[in-house]
Ligand binder design. Sequence first.
Ligand SMILES: Nc1nc2c(ncn2[C@@H]2O[C@H](COP(=O)(O)OP(=O)(O)OP(=O)(O)O)[C@@H](O)[C@H]2O)c(=O)[nH]1
Ligand SMILES: [Mg+2]
Ligand SMILES: [Zn+2]
Length: 275
Amino acid sequence: MRLEANRPTVGTDDGQELLCHLAGKVRRSVGRIRVGDRVECRATDPGQGVIVGVEARGLTLERPPVANVSGLVMVFTLVDPVGSTELLDRRLILAELYGVKSLLLAHKADRVPPERRAELEPWARLYPLIWTSVQTGEGLADVPRRLGEGIYVLTGESGAGKSSLLAALLGEAGPAAGALTRRQRGRQTTRTVSLHRLGDGYLSDTPGFSRLNLPPMTSEELRWAFPEFRQLRCRFRDCLHRDEPGCALPAARAAGSVSAVRYRHYRTFLEETVH
Ligand SMILES: Nc1nc2c(ncn2[C@@H]2O[C@H](COP(=O)(O)OP(=O)(O)OP(=O)(O)O)[C@@H](O)[C@H]2O)c(=O)[nH]1
Ligand SMILES: [Mg+2]
Ligand SMILES: [Zn+2]
């Protein structure tokens, strides 16, 4: 399913693509249709149809607007542009809160000298991470294997290489088919959301965004969203790992199981939580 100028295109089980309208009763009950929705649709004219029902949704993201999401594929670059690890951690926290999988693609690997790869070690210890490059083809074959079934959403900062990656994964040369792109400041910037078959699942391209506000969450929820904290055995069960007596965090930091940069981000995000 993809949306162009707000008209959904539905891929049918027998491999057709139908440009659809929403039946009035569907519009009234679900409002807008989203990429990733599973719909019942009836062919009308050749290549056209009408959506008469929408299945109950699983996890649905507002931004990007994708329904039935199984996981986030986070494209991160150490060069051109230098990615923000704080933004990466915000995305990882979102995935933890939503209860969906995270896959990290350390992209533009062709531009990263081997000795710099250790910079992403704090994340590689916690989440599956694949070094990828559309220049050399490194890592590309591993991506569909790692994803499996379900709907995955590509996220990452503008210019990180999401559209290029998707095109390479799909074996295409240019921007992904179905993604409406518009030239802006000399490069292709993705404007709309689209869904593409990849291996046993689907992958959606999304416009990059460089700000990300976390949804309102309590400090306990935030603490839980850092998997490396879960095995800490502090004196107090509600320990927030700041300066509490008997906190196991200093020892974990010394032992290297909690990284300095992730901890610094945690303290930043803690200021944004609702108590
Ligand atoms: N060296 C190198 N450059 C790459 C690679 N992948 C993408 N690029 C370049 O990075 C730039 C941005 O790529 P896009 O795919 O448009 O980035 P995007 O993440 O889709 O950006 P938005 O749509 O704005 O969010 C382009 O100039 C690409 O040619 C890579 O593996 N290696
Ligand atoms: Mg793009
Ligand atoms: Zn503690």
